[in-house]
Design a protein around this ligand. Structure first.
Ligand SMILES: NC(=O)c1ccc[n+]([C@@H]2O[C@H](COP(=O)([O-])OP(=O)(O)OC[C@H]3O[C@@H](n4cnc5c(N)ncnc54)[C@H](OP(=O)(O)O)[C@@H]3O)[C@@H](O)[C@H]2O)c1
Length: 507
């Protein structure tokens, strides 16, 4: 992380609803971020200031002397870039795609087009793999195995359903499994003797554990099938029974809140210990994976909604279809609903995604478009490798030098000039960097200025496997929540890019 000052910087100090001072962005450490550019920006701003005669302005000293800095009237605020640069284009940007992490994605589509595509990359090499879904008769288990059945039309695999009631499972999958691909095996994780459990798992390459029970006492607890028995002891037993040196990947379904069990609403959810039990299961799996050298994935699901309903009637809830994208994030920081159907596909896809290996992440529904291709799914999972990426705008081509200059001008005109409305809650400092720029959020307490963290805007040249992109990273790395004013800055950046390029921000 680099929060130190780079080159020369400009800082805006804002208070209440107004502007107190600021510098225009000015030359840094060479490159295209030249004084000439800055002077042109300043002259244009000044001309505007004089012409309309209505905007207010401030005087501010920098190395070039005293400049009038344009400040837009409230009705002109946010028009910064267009006002100052007209329709100039910062870069050659014939087409682009953007994603605010979490990645947006179209409505659930689990067949048709997907089947026509070549298979996505996989870190699991055995061919054909034997993939088992434990708890395939459950709400999410059903969607996992269904997604795998579809996947099996274009990727070689053998499917195994590990279920308590084989008859029930056959009934559920009869329609979908016309060619009788599924090998049904009876497994009860809590009551089955270890030896039998071991032989049921002996030839499995990939195991998905989708077992579970209700968080609160219900008839699902019958026979002692409580969270402690199923989510802790049951998972521990299965992990212990896994074939050593044979299994390649194990995916465990867990829940958001396992690492936040003391905070509301998870404290309520955990009244009967479901989060403690799930955490025990997670830890058993992670330890076994490290010890035996297989890949593991823990998917912490949001509150499950939608058919097939397994909750008690009173808390049934249909998925909000406006929220049809899925958000994935490392650790346990998301909260919200997740449609069972989407949960199933996320889990099924995770098996084939190298980026999901040895990861513990949460998944919830979010607004946007559901991934509609392997590539989009791949990108969604790749986001797990870049936990601090908050915005990515991809371009077919990108003139990095021009874009870098534009960013400097944009920061000066929009951020540090105080032209934003509403004003930023905290001052932001601009620093040019080799690959873009850094926007540092400053905490000013009792006259002391302390950097809180930064948005590192990085311009990436295209590579054979990657498009050119403007990528915004939040630093420091594990900073989980956005800075105050961060979302406003990113929205403004997207809007202003749309005004000067063919890039169109998504609704
Ligand atoms: N509900 C939520 O809001 C929520 C939120 C986050 C995470 N989760 C977790 O997400 C996972 C999937 O949830 P879901 O709604 O799909 O659950 P579900 O519908 O209750 O399914 C649970 C599955 O586990 C099986 N099972 C239960 N005890 C078993 C045992 N001792 N041995 C073998 N199989 C056993 C059940 O088999 P039978 O069909 O024979 O009963 C069923 O197939 C669970 O781990 C759940 O805890 C749920």
């Amino acid at each position: 992380m680099a929060l130190e000052r780079r080159g020369k910087a400009s800082v805006a100090f804002l208070s209440g609803g107004g502007f107190r001072g600021g510098n225009v962005a000015h030359g840094g450490d060479g490159g295209d971020f030249s004084r000439a550019n800055v002077a042109r920006l300043t002259r244009r701003g000044l001309r505007r200031y004089k012409t309309n005669g209505k905007a207010s302005g401030v005087q501010q000293r920098d190395d070039d002397g005293i400049h009038m800095v344009p400040v837009a009237r409230p009705d002109q605020r946010c028009a910064g870039v267009r006002t100052l640069f007209g329709q100039s284009r910062p870069a050659d940007v014939p087409s682009s795609r953007t994603r605010l992490i979490p990645l947006p994605a179209t409505r659930l589509r689990m067949s048709a087009t997907d089947q026509a595509e070549p298979a996505a990359p996989t870190s699991v090499s055995a061919n054909p793999m034997k993939i088992a879904v434990l708890g395939a008769t459950g709400g999410v288990g059903f969607f996992i195995l269904s997604a795998l059945l579809r996947e099996s039309t274009r990727r070689q695999m053998q499917l195994v359903a590990l279920v308590r009631d084989v008859q029930k499972a056959r009934g559920i999958f009869q329609q979908l499994d016309q060619s009788s691909q599924i090998d049904y095996r009876a497994v009860d994780t809590t009551s089955m003797p270890m030896q039998q459990l071991q032989s049921s798992l002996a030839d499995i390459d990939v195991l998905v554990m989708a077992t579970g029970t209700t968080a609160f006492p219900s008839k699902a607890w019958k026979g002692g099938n409580s969270p402690v028995r199923v989510d802790a002891e049951g998972v521990e037993r299965v992990v212990a029974a896994l074939p050593k040196d044979a299994v390649k990947r194990v995916v465990l379904l867990s829940s958001v809140g396992v690492l936040r069990k003391s905070s509301f609403p998870f404290s309520i959810l955990n009244l009967f210990g479901v989060l403690d039990a799930k955490r025990r299961g997670e830890q058993a799996l992670a330890a076994a994976a490290r010890q035996n050298g297989f890949e593991y994935t823990v998917v912490r699901l949001g509150r499950l909604v939608g058919a097939p309903f397994t909750n008690v009637g009173a808390i049934r809830k249909d998925p909000d279809e406006a929220k049809s994208a899925v958000s994935l994030k490392l650790g346990d920081s998301l909260a919200g609903d997740l449609a069972r159907s989407r949960a199933g596909e996320v889990v099924a896809r995770s098996i084939f995604e190298p980026s999901a290996a040895d990861k513990e992440f949460c998944a919830v529904d979010t607004e946007g478009a559901y991934p509609s291709s392997d590539e989009e799914w791949h990108e969604l999972f790749e986001g797990l490798e870049r936990p601090n990426e908050v915005l990515r705008i991809e371009y077919n081509s990108l003139n990095v030098a021009k874009m870098r200059t534009w960013l400097a001008q944009w920061s000066g005109a929009v951020l540090t000039s105080g032209a934003l409305f509403p004003p930023l809650p905290e001052p932001v400092r601009f620093d040019p960097t080799e690959s873009g720029c850094m926007l540092t959020f400053l905490d000013v307490t009792n006259g002391a200025v302390r950097p809180r963290g930064a948005l590192n805007i990085t311009l990436q040249e295209p590579t054979p496997s990657r498009k050119a992109a403007m990528v915004v990273f939040r630093e420091p790395l594990l900073m989980d929540s956005p800075f105050r004013g961060e979302r406003q800055i990113l929205e403004q950046l997207k809007q202003d890019l749309a005004n000067v390029s063919r890039y169109t921000p998504e609704a």
